[in-house]
Design a protein around this ligand. Sequence first.
Ligand SMILES: [Zn+2]
Length: 338
Amino acid sequence: MARGHHWRPVWLAAGAWLLSASASAAQPYAGPLFDAHLHYNDEACVHDAPAPGCPHPLSDVLARMQRNGVRAIIANSRPNDGTKALAQAREETRAAGVTVVPFIRLYRDRADYNNWFRDPSIAELVRTELTQGTPSGPYRGLGEFHLYDSANAQGAIARELMVLADRQDLAVLAHVDDEAVEQLMQHVMDARQQVRSDLPPGRPKTDQPPWGAATREAVERGGPVLIWAHTGIGGTPVARVDELMARFPRLMGELSYRPGLTCENGQLCPDWRALILKYPDRFLIGSDTWINQRWLYYDGLMQGYRAWLGGLPPEVARAVGWDNGARLFGLPDPGERP
Ligand SMILES: [Zn+2]
């Protein structure tokens, strides 16, 4: 009896060891990566300044992407010069195997973080950038923008830019909470409703939108793609993320800084694993290089993603690592890791 009593914990321990050994034995994901949250801000490089104004020149940031198998990026920067520098460097980015998907940042400087949603000059900035485009083509999205207080989602410019994104098929990269996700989506629905009720009297108000091809296409697309930066950085419960994913088919979750994402051995926690398996085509990875320290740890960040992606079924790992981002912007398959 004493013997059995002693054996039991040994078996339990062995079982736990086997579990953790099998988790850590998963091979890291080795396919291409789409970095869906990259900043090339002026702390990293002021583009007309020599070093030390540019601790991370283009050659440095592209080398970091290349050696980590990052084959495409959502590029945005404060101010927009960094994005333009990346978009302009067509030879260098091609040589590094990196496709640049440019987004318009809504900030000229740090003061704009807390005021953009009510500042008409930001909407003007966006319209000007949209008209100009970038050396590698049109902008594909707006953001990253922040709403630290979800009430600010009601700001006139937040509303205006969501409607603009909807009409022009621009994606939105938003660092917001779950309530603000709902409010931003509601702006789009309200604007469509408004167009319906503005129809001349006597015209039948049907669900069939009669107000022009651009808006009709927007309706058919089902609203703008909203990439939720961090997917709830304040720790939005997984059940709530699930609810929003179900309600908004074009909501995508970007997973940098997401609390509670990984557990033992850098593998996904069970609730997140279940959520990603439930919505394999809705999640993205990102570096969020908002300060230079993130550039210094870029290798480690990408290795961390590769570790937990490797614990997923191969087709899901490939979807989250690459396919989901590539599909949003129509990028060609880059093949395997260069
Ligand atoms: Zn960011």
